[in-house]
Design a protein. Structure first.
Length: 162
């Protein structure tokens, strides 16, 4: 293969890679107006725990190492986390303000969570959380994900998103 031909093929391959990266970046919906503070992270080996207290029961089982991320997010009025997903479940507490979230399978139906309430993000579902209120929204999140996985995966807005 000639030197010119090698350079031409390398240039074409490079253009394809750059074009693909730009297409992926263009389709993502990044957040805006969000500040994140990491409270702590920790690594756990297999988890297998069950507890029962009166009528209340809990069970948590994992296979393989897991990372637990505990973060605090502050989002200004009008701000958004952007459409995204997570590779594992998250427990979300609304510490201040009101969170409004939407799921990709029903992108125009708001789910409103007030101060002192919480919700479970099952992991794997595409969603967006917005601050549609007039004061800062503050959430505390505990995310359990596979070890070394990226905690947040940017996703494109679903068709028909409001």
């Amino acid at each position: 293969m000639t030197s010119f031909r090698k350079r031409a093929m390398t240039a074409v391959a490079g253009a394809i890679v750059i074009g693909t990266l730009l297409a992926v970046t263009a389709s993502a919906t990044p957040g805006s107006g969000v500040t994140t503070l990491t409270i702590g992270t920790g690594r756990f080996v297999d988890i297998d725990t069950k507890v029962k207290t009166g009528d209340w029961k809990a069970e948590l089982t994992t296979k393989g190492a897991s990372d637990l991320h505990v973060i605090q997010n502050t989002i200004i009025p009008g701000g958004t986390f952007g459409w995204h997903s997570h590779p594992g479940p998250s427990l979300v507490i609304v510490k201040a303000g009101t969170a409004t979230f939407y799921l990709a399978d029903d992108p125009c139906t708001p789910h409103v969570v007030h101060t002192g309430e919480g919700f479970v993000d099952q992991g794997g579902d595409v969603h967006v959380v917005r601050n549609e209120g007039t004061v800062d929204l503050v959430t505390v999140v505990a995310s359990l994900i596979p070890a070394d996985a990226v905690r947040r995966i940017d996703e494109p807005a679903p068709a028909g998103a409001c």
